[in-house]
Design a binder for this molecule. Structure first.
Ligand SMILES: [Zn+2]
Length: 276
């Protein structure tokens, strides 16, 4: 699933292309893609100008005139691609947005069909239900705010990092990478974290996410940005996808365990349980 760095990469690619364009038509080719009763508003959005494109957590917000918003969640395999109109559409293209006076169009392509679109009218889209419940943006948090997040939080560290109400945008790849960098075992109970360990995690989180954004995200399976380019950060993964390979820091065999149905990769030597 595209996580914060991948979605940020897509948004950074789409922003200069879409800002200021007027939506000509929105064609929904797979009706189940459209959540809630968005069809009526989708009609209204035609002819409206795009004011901004931004990211919140793993979601992409396209802000249009008259307080109308398109909100995309790419889920497992969704992609937003900026494509010449004459390029044939394949069977996985489920939505097409065309623009006045443009020879390119925006296509939503999704092989597994878990992704979705919401079209809503709101004075503040961040107040809509699925956005309101999101935790803070990891890169907006100073150290004190990050430390404060742990108050009253139970559960294992890995599960907590994946919980979108705790922090928005982190998924399996970056949770594993930041835990490795911070030297923390994924099963560490959050309540046992010392102040020093929280500081290490905060530093690792920022370092990993910033490097991943700079590398254009990680291309696992089929992630591509809006222009079809692949990210490069997968080449810098130190634990994710490296189970059974030697740890790049200490040489121990990278271990793997299931936490809440998700596979975690970690180094049993660099990330000891209850490490200090
Ligand atoms: Zn190691």
């Amino acid at each position: 699933m595209p996580e914060l760095p991948e979605v940020e990469t897509i948004v950074a690619g789409l922003r200069p292309k879409l800002s200021g364009l007027v939506i000509q038509e929105v064609q929904v080719l797979l009706p189940s893609l459209l959540r809630k009763d968005g069809a009526f508003r989708l009609q209204r959005i035609q002819g409206k100008r795009i004011n901004a494109v931004r990211r919140r957590g793993k979601m992409i917000l396209v802000e249009c005139q008259d307080r109308l918003y398109l909100i995309f969640h790419l889920k497992m395999t969704g992609r937003l691609l900026w494509t010449p109109r004459q390029t044939p559409r394949d069977e996985h293209t489920h939505l097409v947005v065309s623009f006045r006076g443009r020879t390119h169009e925006l296509r939503f392509r999704d092989v597994r069909k878990f992704g979705y679109l919401r079209c809503l009218e709101a004075s503040d889209p961040l107040e809509c239900r699925e956005l309101r419940s999101l935790g803070p943006e990891p890169l907006d948090l100073d150290l004190e705010s990050f430390v404060h997040l742990f108050q009253g939080r139970k559960g294992r560290l890995k599960s907590l990092l994946l919980n979108q109400t705790f922090l928005a945008g982190i998924g399996n790849i970056y949770a594993d990478e930041m835990l490795f960098e911070a030297g923390l075992h994924p099963l560490t109970p959050a309540v046992f974290l010392t102040r020093k360990q929280k500081e290490k995690l905060w530093t690792a989180m920022r370092h990993v996410l910033r490097r991943a954004i700079a590398a254009g995200g990680s291309s696992i399976r089929d992630f591509q940005d809006a222009d079809g380019a692949e990210g490069l950060f997968q080449q810098e993964h130190r634990v994710y996808g490296r189970a059974s390979l030697p740890c790049l820091r200490c040489g121990a065999k990278i271990g793997r365990l299931k936490i809440g149905g998700r596979t975690s990769s970690f180094c049993p030597r660099c990330q000891r349980k209850r490490a200090n």
